[in-house]
Design a protein around this ligand. Structure first.
Ligand SMILES: [Zn+2]
Length: 220
């Protein structure tokens, strides 16, 4: 461990940690500079989402509001290859999940899937990166039990009603046995109306999940 400490210190000297939001050089151990920290407000929102077909409700926790620096950083994370941001968001998401669902022992964590075409172009699924990172923070295994079977229109271009229609029949479960009787934490990058999360949660419940809760980085 001592050697690892020296190695980490050397790395910090050669590649000093930088603020994820403005790239300013930081003191070892810090992740966000003081100026940016002041501009980011943690809202710790809990959104209640009703699943249209079953009438069941699920809770979605989000540490941040989708605005200012958080919005800019999520766009970088999602579209410009900044995979390293996942860890910073995941820490806050994991904290919030623990505070909001202290009595739930999640069996596994999963993420909202993207189409294989989009994955090929982007090189990664941002929600999976988040889910894997939250999985590490909470020491709960990750399992990609959902799959996107239909290409649909982009949700952000649609009205609330259209969004619900647009996600119908788009997601499917890969492995019913794995889901049956389990408590599942479902992860996405942002939540707007909750249509995407509700479609995925409905699939988990249809395949026998005992309990489903969601977490995202930010609420729009
Ligand atoms: Zn900064």
């Amino acid at each position: 461990m001592k050697n690892k400490g020296i190695f980490a210190a050397l790395l910090d000297m050669i590649f000093p940690p930088r603020c994820v939001f403005c790239n300013e050089i930081l003191l070892p151990g810090a992740k966000v500079c003081k100026k940016c920290a002041k501009e980011i407000t943690q809202i710790n929102r809990v959104k209640c989402i009703v699943l249209p077909a079953s009438g069941k409700t699920i809770s979605c926790v989000s540490p941040f509001a989708y605005e200012n620096k958080i919005r800019q950083s999520i766009l970088q994370f999602k579209f410009h290859g900044h995979r390293d941001f996942a860890g910073i968001y995941a820490e806050k998401m994991a904290e919030l999940v623990q505070n909001q669902f202290p009595e739930i022992s999640f069996d596994f964590i999963t993420s909202v899937p993207i189409s294989s075409e989009r994955r090929k172009i982007r090189g990664y699924n941002q929600s999976e990166l988040l889910a894997r990172s939250v999985s590490q923070c909470l020491s709960v295994p990750y399992d990609d039990c959902l799959v996107k079977i239909k290409n649909n229109r982009e949700q952000h271009k649609l009205s609330e009603k259209e969004r619900l229609k647009n996600v119908l029949g788009v997601y499917q479960a890969k492995n019913t046995e794995k889901i049956s009787g389990k408590s599942v934490l479902l992860i996405d990058d942002i939540v707007t109306t909750g249509a995407t999360l509700s479609a995925c949660a409905a699939m988990l419940y249809q395949n026998g999940a005992k309990f489903v809760a969601c977490a995202t980085v930010a609420e729009v």
